[in-house]
Write a protein that binds this ligand. Structure first.
Ligand code: F6P
Length: 503
């Protein structure tokens, strides 16, 4: 397909006459069933978006023109889908749905992970009451989300997460831990990331000061580069390896999830993988028009391209999912925040919107004003869980859910008033994802859904979602400044900041 032909496909979207949400419901009695889907404990409701049958047909044609099915097959076959780094993307192999050799390797490594977990539980490291998980970006956001979401009703060990290179974050993370009974899990794909290495050093010092004679004996390293972990001082027997083909932000299924497995128990970790595998199978085999990640990607494209939305917001109406928006920020923005296609040519259209969000109902009293009456359009995603697991009478949870559903209805319906200050334009889109209950299986499916949606967006845009060269320049300049803060080649603003901070 030539770029001109591809342009034709997008022209079909650009030229399409979009109906208002009200009109879409009025004209099609079957709209809800046509634009919703139930899948393994997850219910997707896209009916309050502007997607209709005509648009869906055109988007499916674009997906076909991009060889969507072949690109998807390449992912599951373990082919080189990360062309700029010459690698496959093997997160699906971690949950058993990738290429057979990669699945076998991942399963063998998972066996080691489990053996280490069993040894810890059997007391091989003495009495362990706490875990300090050190990592940053993809090496922390996933496990932190899992523990926060699923570890509330009885976590097996207290797991604290440390990422930022900020002493205040360190003090905070260790404040409730006892060095004599704490295990360190240092997760870093490269095992060179500055923040993680500095925090690991600080943790070693903290253990030593806390009376631990052999602090490195308490460190478990999780990495794709065991040689770097050995070099840093970690014994080979305590290194859990994962594959270079598993990208950081796609890595919670691998040994990067070790702290979460420790906190939640091995069977929960396996259920998480099974839930993800179920979503993998859906993504792999469902028809495009009823393929949840792909349909969501169509909607993403619709709002970014046709409605020129620069952001999208996800609100978790469930405290247990409060870390999901920040997890999604890395997944979506680091994957698809690109300006060039796979072949290096300019992308020619907006790529990833800024992902942001928060929790409901808090966000209703803070940012929803703009969503209802502001001058920018923000497609919203509501996440809620039918079954409560809290200590309060059912009406409390009922109110939470009603609030979520009311917001979607209000955004769509709007309200006319003679007073412009009290008028709501309505016709503002939202998607609702309702989970029957929040357990390891549904969470696994939900996270895998987001991964595939991100990948599907990348296919539609012809970009590589698996590299992240954009983060390198800042790291390089930080290194240069560290080596020589008075380097004349830096701009006056940067030099003055360094001087003022006394560096
Ligand atoms: O700087 C970005 C990044 O490379 C992310 O992609 C990654 O998840 C994070 O840093 C941590 O990298 P590592 O796991 O190698 O420490």
């Amino acid at each position: 397909m030539t770029p001109a032909m591809a342009g034709q496909d997008w022209n079909a979207i650009d030229a399409y006459e979009v109906q208002s949400l009200e009109a879409l419901f009025e004209r099609d009695e079957g709209r809800l069933s046509a634009f919703s889907l139930e899948l393994g404990g997850l219910y997707f409701d896209w009916s309050k978006t502007h997607l209709d049958a005509g648009l869906l047909e055109r988007f499916v044609a674009i997906a076909e023109s991009k060889d969507f099915a072949a690109a998807r097959d390449s992912l599951f076959a373990g082919e080189i889908v990360n062309a700029t780094e010459g690698r496959p993307a093997e997160h699906v192999a971690e949950r058993g749905t990738g290429a057979p050799d990669a699945v076998e390797l991942a399963s063998g490594r998972r066996g080691r992970m489990r053996a280490l977990l069993d040894a810890i539980e059997a007391g091989a490291f003495g009495d362990i009451t706490g875990v300090l998980h050190i990592g940053i970006g993809g090496s922390v956001l996933g496990p932190a989300l899992l523990v926060d979401a699923l570890g509330r009703n009885g976590s097996r060990a207290e797991v604290r997460f440390l990422s930022n290179i900020d002493g205040a974050a360190f003090d905070d993370a260790v404040s409730t831990l006892d060095p004599e009974t704490t295990l360190i899990v240092a997760a870093s794909k490269t095992f060179t990331t500055a923040e993680t290495m500095s925090n690991l050093n600080a943790a070693i010092g903290w253990l030593r000061e806390g009376g631990v004679d052999d602090p490195f004996g308490r460190v478990i390293a999780v990495t794709a580069h065991p040689e770097a972990a050995v070099e840093a001082g970690v014994d080979e027997t305590r290194i859990l390896q994962f594959s270079e083909g598993v990208g950081g932000r796609y890595s919670l299924w691998s040994a990067v999830g070790f702290s979460a497995a420790l906190a939640l128990g091995w069977s929960s970790f396996e259920e998480l993988l099974e839930g993800a595998a179920e979503m993998d199978r859906h993504f792999r085999y469902a028809e495009p028009a009823s393929n949840a990640p792909l349909v969501s990607a169509f909607i993403d494209r619709l709002y970014v391209r046709k409605f020129e939305c620069q952001t999208r917001a996800a609100f978790a109406y469930d405290e247990r999912l409060r870390l999901l928006p920040s997890y999604l920020q890395q997944l979506e923005m680091e994957s698809n925040g690109k300006s060039v296609r796979l072949d290096g040519s300019p992308i020619g259209q907006p790529s990833a919107p800024v992902t942001w969000g928060g929790t409901g109902t808090d966000a209703q009293h803070a940012v929803f004003q703009l969503l209802h009456q502001g001058t920018v359009l923000v497609p919203v995603e509501f996440l809620a869980v039918t079954e409560a697991e809290d200590s309060l009478p059912p009406d409390h949870h009922r109110q939470l859910l009603l609030n979520a559903f009311a917001q979607g209805a209000a955004l769509m319906r709007g309200k006319k008033s003679d007073d412009p200050h009290r008028s709501y334009p309505g016709n503002r889109p939202s998607t609702t994802i309702l989970l029957d209950r929040l357990d390891a299986r549904t969470l696994g499916a939900l996270i895998a859904f987001y991964e595939h949606r991100t990948f599907a967006n990348a296919i539609l845009l012809d970009i590589n979602p698996f590299d992240q060269f954009g983060v390198e320049l800042g790291k390089e300049i930080a290194r240069k400044l560290d080596e020589s803060a008075d380097d004349e080649s830096f701009d006056p603003s940067t030099k003055t900041l360094i001087e003022r901070a006394g560096l």
